[in-house]
Design a protein around this ligand. Sequence first.
Ligand code: HEC
Length: 483
Amino acid sequence: MFERQLPNLRQNNYSMKILSVLIFLCTSSVGYLYAQSGEVIYSMYCAGCHGAQLQGNTAAKLIKTEWKYGRGRDAIFRNIKFGIPSTEMIKWGGALKDEDIRALADFIVAAQEIPPNADRPIPESLTTKDYTLKVEKLVTADIHTPWGIEFVDAHRALITERIGAIRWMVDGKLDPQPIQGLPKTYAQQATGGYMDLALDPSFSKNGWVYFAFSHTRGSPADKSAEGMTKVVRGRISGHQWTDEQTLFEVPDSLTLSGGNRWGGRLMFDTDGYLYFSIGDMARANDSQNPGKPSGKVFRIHADGSIPKDNPFVGKPGALAALYSIGNRNVQGIAQHPATGEIWATEHGPMGGDELNVLKKGANYGWPLITYGIDYSGEIVSNDTARAGMEQPVVVWTPSIAVCPAEFVTGDLFPRWKNNLLVGALAFEEIRRLVIVNNKVMEQEMILKGVGRVRDLKIGPDGALYVLLNNPDMVLRISPDKGS
Ligand code: HEC
């Protein structure tokens, strides 16, 4: 019976089979068949590199708290099934059945002293090339999947929560009273809900707050309702949302059901244009169709009107608010402080996360060109380049699930001036990218493995503010005195 379960590998020679059957006979008891087969498969195919006790050998140990390629059972399953490109960790999906890989993942998870999904302690200090950093935990409770943060002044910041709320943080403490009167959101899927927010460039005079959210004209409780990302602005007076205006929304003919990858990052550039993203909503091909909103970056004026020089203005059937197309799911937008260029991070499929410089009217190729493959293991495209389509500045394979992007400005990190900080969800990272002439010369890992990094912001005090998800937290990072 076990013989039938064995994968058909070339290394699967006769003596290994005998050995595995012996191990199987010694260790099996009917009730534990499933878990034990994970152990047996491990000893046959994995122990050589990762050590018989998972202690590591020629490859990394597998009992640990620092998971380089994502922690948790799902990440471990994915790493076994699809492998880790450019390492000796081959993809085992061809040789092992999904149930075998599940058994392996269960075996590895069960072997951990600390469950891989457990919250990691947040370090109080970080050592980087240029600075010793102090990490302060500002908000650690009562906040739910914080998504975007903006400071209205030196003391107060607004934070969106994915479930459909906006909160005040005052002097680093969360105000328990949420903002009232906000629009309903459609947060049925694992993605969507309230996403990023932005402040008007003249916020101190006019008080406008902008945000993006997944919206339906149907019932937000109805899983099959159709929806699309919507952008509004309004004012906040104390704890009351007022004066709401819709800036971007699509007609019913362009809404979709069951979509995910809503985009939802917002940014004003120094000329006062508002940029925002909508992801491909799981309809990859729509990303190439200028008549559809998904898989694009948009540019509008602060009042929602369309800039006359937008690249698709006057093109029949095209959405006039478009700025660029072929963007799978842009999750970070930042303006380079010196060159003024707009940089964007984009979630790839499996492999092929991207950093791009956004050009007006350009096509970033999704899904006709990509450096990744689908999570099902299917090839999306054999091409990584085509005429008329832009190349990324950086490709991350495997995908780190790159999310926020923020250039370092202000006085607190002079040695990091104009470096780009990016955060990652699945790989739980903050990286510092040194950019010279639009090339990334160096990437330094600043923080790793303590939570999904959803937003990064240099505050009015020059410190770096970090929104973490799972655990949901706000951190403040600054150079330690004397470093
Ligand atoms: C030929 C050697 C080799 C074999 C055999 C092998 N691996 Fe790996 N594995 C690697 C290497 C190399 C890495 C990447 C290590 C790194 O970059 O630090 C890796 C990474 C991993 C990771 C990700 C670890 C992390 O920190 O996120 C997991 C999980 C894993 N292997 C499980 C397995 C399992 C299960 C098997 C058996 C089916 C297996 N490996 C077989 C070499 C191997």
